[in-house]
Design a binder for this molecule. Sequence first.
Ligand code: SAH
Ligand code: SF4
Ligand code: F3S
Length: 504
Amino acid sequence: MTESTSSLPTQPSSPQTDSEERTCDHNRKLFIETVGCQMNVLDSELVVADLRNRGYELTDNVREADTVLFNTCSVREHAEHKIYSRLGKLKYGKQRPNRVIGVIGCMAQKDQKTIFDRAPHVDIIVGTGQLSSIPDMIDEARESRERGVAVGLSRKGGSRETVSASFESYDPLREPQMRPSPCQAFVRIMIGCDKFCTYCVVPTTRGPEQSRSPKQIEQEVCVLAEQGVKEVTLLGQTVNSYKHTEDGQLFRLSDLLEKIHPIAGIERIKFVTNYPRDMGNDLLEVMRDLPKVAHYLHVPVQSGCDDVLAKMKRGYTVDEYRGMMGRISEILPDCSVSSDFIVGHPGETEASFEKSLDLIRECRFKNSFIFKYSPRPGTRGFELFPDDIPEAVKRERNNIMLGLQNGISEEDNAEFIGETVQVLVEGLSKASEKAIGKGPVEGPQQLVGRTRCDRITVFDGNPRLAGSIARVMVEDVTATTLIGSIVTEEIQHGSLNVLPILHS
Ligand code: SAH
Ligand code: SF4
Ligand code: F3S
């Protein structure tokens, strides 16, 4: 999954019909900032939905908020620094006696009470498995002015069942107004991770791997479809390791896709993030056979060097990854693949780095997310390997790799020039939103969407097209974007011919 930062958009409060749901006697103002991966974005959506049901209103102005939540990430040190610096600013800002400050999510689970040492003005700390307690904990903290902590057990804090039970999958009813785009939604299909890559905090911050029931997932997708969602993205740290037995039947991700594919209204189904070793042909074949499933796979390789992969305990060799890529292009020739790389992992020599570059040249990923190694206390890697690559070298490798990947992305995107692609329209592009922010805009506006193989595409059109599939002729490209115009139909020799779709 990929990292981002967002504070959720402020929404007008929806009318409350059920007065019993309002446990607040006056409107509270909530500010929430979210860092980290899609799992955190979804968690924030659900936390906000819960609080809005209790009468909270969102604000994007932290100074006017009486409830301030930070949904945090620990995957790299930088993400934690950012939150501590935000917390620091609140400490020295104007004090509000009634304000409750909460640190929730992965950093809360990882650092627990030690957050109070660095930020004594924090009131509540809530881990990833206790998010449903947030509304009550806020009320208690406001009333008693006492601190509250709710976190899951550590991975060695009990039997697997006990530790798993302390990480609750948090999936209450969905709140359509809280989504950045009304036609797209995330759906959690599993929580936790059992892979224990040596550099990674996620198995600690998200707990043991647990797959959700296919029936529950199907119900949730039906609710989303009724709310107007056209594209669902199924989420899991290793989403293709999904496994759940229900009514005596074992469901893998391929079975789950078959189960939700018929749901009316859903036009496209994606899933992130895949783990290379668990990429079965059953999944690739179902992707080939089910038209709504995107032909896109995010399968992080992390390094192109076997020695580094072994240190990371990724559980595969470069050749095995190659074999998986071969199966993908055999079964799904038009499928795009993206990856993650860590540069500057302990022991990464110039030669190992060159092997990663070679792998990028060979696999021609659609794009790669590149991260500088960040030593994480509590991980095996932190104990075993000194962080021996200087920051300047990490930075240089990062830039070189980014340059190579961008060149490849642009070359491969250029292959689409002159072709017609099917785009699920998401809404206004960032440029249009900016222009609208400056005043009224006339005529068609720039829209953004993605092709079936997940390429971002911009073109002019009516914003009403959001949620529909448009056919776009590609005229120009950058490393990240296809640029084109909408094609409806074409008159050839006096008859109407629909243009052939050459690329999905
Ligand atoms: N299961 C997800 C992991 C989410 S973390 C996945 O495999 O994609 C997302 C990415 O962050 C990882 O793929 C890895 O490339 C990077 N990452 C994780 N721990 C890191 C660390 N300690 N330093 C630098 N990058 C890290
Ligand atoms: Fe972290 Fe590895 Fe699990 Fe991904 S698979 S969350 S990188 S431990
Ligand atoms: Fe995601 Fe960061 Fe947690 S990447 S799972 S929010 S540590």
